[in-house]
Design a protein around this ligand. Structure first.
Ligand code: BGC
Length: 466
């Protein structure tokens, strides 16, 4: 791991070089998913499967970023963003998921990277944010062990085109969500509900991660890491049963991915959780999985207070609602202290690796804009939409990041989720996470107060964070 960055004044300042960014993902904002020779992804199919996405909504148009990326990058520059985290659609680059590269698909990302660099914004590229090529799903998707080399081949094609201009790479976004949503509970594509498949998907995701890092070391010259979503678990009572429930929930969500990647083995609790569905894997797999990483990306949204519950499948653990707490529109408790605790936990458990907060943000209802400017209006984007709850959320979570840094965590940057309101997966367009409001009828972008607040954070290097 690289040396920790210097902390000029640990209690009040963000470190010099701390990177301020915003994040999105391909399927959630791009639209035009089949343009220029792209193949369909599993989300193309999932959105067209009745009952899977709220109101049958799709990513067909989304924020139309595929066609509006130049204006969008100009908007990023106006906000002062130093970094932009986005993902690449595998099925644009390889319509069949393997084999021939679609030059036009890769060309889009090539132009996007150039546009970002021309405006002084560092690209932070995620290779996989949930949109598996449908052609690979037909071959078993994340259950097929061949996916490790399919993914590494795809990654290699992208590295060869963009490395050097892109200096920070991420293999996978949130393998836990891919497995839990896609293979265990079925709420996300490809929509399976299978206790036997989930551990297999986990393992093949991790092998694919390892293979893509290996491929990077052969050609790449910069940094590569993995993004995980971490959600600290706190016991509802001091009972032995609740503590055991916390251990299971924590192993399943937080340690299932970081332990094999950074320590070389799965947490023991997984065998208890999955029972006969938990397979044995060859030792060589863990050598592949445990590649040296340059950083860990942490996505943090909430915590859970956990109690034992025999009827809750498969964890036998349930979340206890906190009556005094504030909840976001996705019913997630606002708990900034959890971010500090999480960053300290990563530091203590895994030897203080460099960390980027790769996502943090909240869905709240935003009041509609009064008299929105029309498309093409030179004043477009200058109107402000008030979103005080999101401003408060960001303010408190940024303070929580700074507190973790003051306690020695090697945190090197922060990306707000999300730059734009966008397609929130199975929830369609019903939940808005953006600091920039998107009117889906006109594609008008309007800054929310949170965008202006965040621009001030960046301009002052966090000096305005309480
Ligand atoms: C994902 C995003 C998603 C966000 C809010 C994260 O789990 O990476 O794609 O929109 O959370 O749900």
């Amino acid at each position: 791991m690289a040396d920790a960055v210097e902390h000029p004044n640990p209690s009040t300042a963000f470190p010099a070089g701390f990177l301020w960014g915003a994040a999105t993902s391909a399927y959630q904002i791009e639209g035009s998913p089949l343009a220029d020779g792209a193949g369909p992804s599993i989300w193309q199919r999932f959105c067209r499967t009745p009952g899977m996405v709220k109101d049958g909504e799709t990513g067909d148009i989304a924020c139309d970023h595929y066609r509006r990326y130049r204006d969008d990058v100009a908007l990023m520059q106006r906000l002062g963003l130093q970094a932009y985290r986005f993902s690449i659609s595998w099925s644009r680059v390889m319509p069949e998921g393997r084999g021939a590269v679609n030059a036009a698909g890769l060309g889009f990302y090539d132009r996007l990277v150039d546009e970002l660099l021309a405006r002084g914004i560092e690209p932070l590229v995620t290779l996989y944010h949930w949109d598996l090529p449908a052609a690979l799903d037909d071959r078993g998707g994340w259950l097929n062990p061949d996916i490790a080399h399919w993914f590494a081949d795809y990654a290699d094609a992208v590295y060869r085109r963009l490395d050097g201009r892109v200096k920070k790479w991420v293999t996978l976004n949130e393998p836990w969500v891919i497995t839990d949503g896609g293979y265990l509970h079925g709420a996300l594509a490809p929509g399976h509900r299978n206790r036997f498949e989930a551990p297999i998907a986990t393992h093949q995701l991790l092998r694919a991660h390892g293979a893509a890092v290996q491929a990077y070391r052969a050609t790449g010259k910069h940094e590569i890491g993995l993004v995980v979503n971490l959600e600290p678990k706190y016991p509802a009572t001091s009972s032995v049963a609740d503590h055991a429930a916390v251990a299971r929930a924590d192993a399943y969500m937080n340690r299932q991915y970081l332990d094999p990647v950074l320590l070389g083995s799965y947490p023991a609790e997984l065998r208890e959780i999955f029972g006969e569905a938990w397979p044995e894997w060859p030792a060589a797999d863990f050598e592949l999985i445990r590649q040296k990483l340059d950083f860990i990306g942490v996505n943090y949204y909430t915590r859970s207070v956990t109690r034992a519950d025999e009827n809750s499948w498969p964890l036998k653990a349930a979340v206890v609602r906190q009556p005094q707490a504030t909840y976001t529109e996705t019913a997630w408790e606002v708990f900034p202290q959890g971010l500090t605790d999480t960053l300290r936990w990563v530091k203590d458990r895994y030897g203080n690796p460099p960390v980027y907060i790769t996502e943090n943000g909240a869905a709240f209802f935003d009041p509609p804009t009064v008299d929105p400017p029309t498309v093409g209006d030179p004043k477009a984007g200058e109107l402000t939409l008030e979103d005080p709850q999101r401003v408060a959320y960001l303010r408190k979570h940024l303070a929580a990041v700074r507190s973790a840094i003051a306690q020695g965590a090697d945190v090197r940057g922060y990306c707000v989720w999300s730059l734009f309101d966008n397609f929130e997966w199975a929830l369609g367009y019903s939940k808005r996470f953006g600091i920039v409001h998107v009117d889906y009828a006109t594609q008008q972008r309007t800054l929310k107060a949170s965008a202006k607040y965040y621009a001030e954070v960046i301009a002052s290097h966090g000096a305005n964070v309480p």
